[in-house]
Ligand binder design. Sequence first.
Ligand SMILES: NC(=O)c1ccc[n+]([C@@H]2O[C@H](COP(=O)([O-])OP(=O)(O)OC[C@H]3O[C@@H](n4cnc5c(N)ncnc54)[C@H](OP(=O)(O)O)[C@@H]3O)[C@@H](O)[C@H]2O)c1
Length: 363
Amino acid sequence: METLREIPLIVLGVGGVGRALLEQIVARREYHKRRYGLYLRIVALADSTGAAVVPEGLSDEELKQVVQTKAEGGRIADLPFGYYQNDVKNIVDLEATRETVVVDVTASMDTWEALMLARERKSALVLANKLPLTAPLSQAMALYEYPRLRYETTVGAGLPVIVTTKRLSASGEHIRRIIGVLSGTLGYLMTAVEDGVAFSKAVLKAKELGYTEPDPREDLSGRDVARKALILARTLGWKLEMEDVSVQSLYPEEWDTWPLEDVLAELIALDDDFFSWVDAARARREALRYVAHLEDGRVNVGIQFVPFDSPIGQLRGTDNMVEFHTEYYEPQPLVLAGRGAGVHATAAGVLSDIMEMALASHG
Ligand SMILES: NC(=O)c1ccc[n+]([C@@H]2O[C@H](COP(=O)([O-])OP(=O)(O)OC[C@H]3O[C@@H](n4cnc5c(N)ncnc54)[C@H](OP(=O)(O)O)[C@@H]3O)[C@@H](O)[C@H]2O)c1
């Protein structure tokens, strides 16, 4: 009988995505064994305060305990096999080898040193975390230039946006422009205002439905879309910094220092602007969208009017969509669309990246 090939994994971060990833790894054990002869052996896990390091691999029972404890707001350090730590570099130092896949599903820059050490050890890196990839170029290039890195879920979650960008770019085919709706929250808001709902009401509703971050300014500032746009631009080989991305915030800058309840109360002041934008767009048979637009080495993130009959003009609700307008994809662009967030779709994308690295290192 053929022996199972074991791939050691180090998972940094056990939040929504990290937990969904652990659940999927356990649920797919049989499938990965049968189809690929592979076993993903989780040798270390960390949250922001603790870790569990088990070189022979955490059992599925222990992994389920981790998931449950974290879902209930507990800490890895509280588990019988956990301990307190505040520097994940030590974990990588203990466990990372060339065969290891190091997975960063935190939302923190504090994993940087750990990622660099893993790179030195020639481990594979899989990131859902956008922050290291949007660091200053002098720093982030260490990641982009590393061939054993995958970061598919940083843009559009499970949608294959990065791999599509890389493939189009690799052939040398001229990419005229990329336009993306990369925030489900802002997509929802644009659809609502188009349907005649006041912007302030739409934001409050989105907050109630859990579509926004707890502080909706995180979404309305466009910062997260800007990070995704910068990752796309850098994937195209454009040497841009965060400051080079022009970002339109949907609220006045001075609100950044206000208490949240004052911002929510004042949103009503923005309603008329949105009503008139919708009217102006409609008069031109166009739709109002919050997009990332990449063209000629420049990146703009903000409100745009797009033709009603274009794919993005037809888009409604919280789905993401990316149009690639290229030499060979015109007048009809190559289009990717679908759910662009959510812990399960994201975790599945992270798992695909892990499997790709695991299978590539075969032999
Ligand atoms: N959710 C989505 O739909 C989605 C989609 C695409 C990409 N992403 C990206 O995926 C990442 C994870 O998202 P999420 O929703 O799972 O976030 P989350 O629920 O906030 O989880 C973050 C996890 O990282 C841990 N962490 C923070 N700093 C750490 C450190 N220095 N060392 C080790 N662990 C640390 C946290 O620890 P504690 O548990 O101790 O706080 C937590 O377990 C983010 O970068 C996010 O932008 C998410």
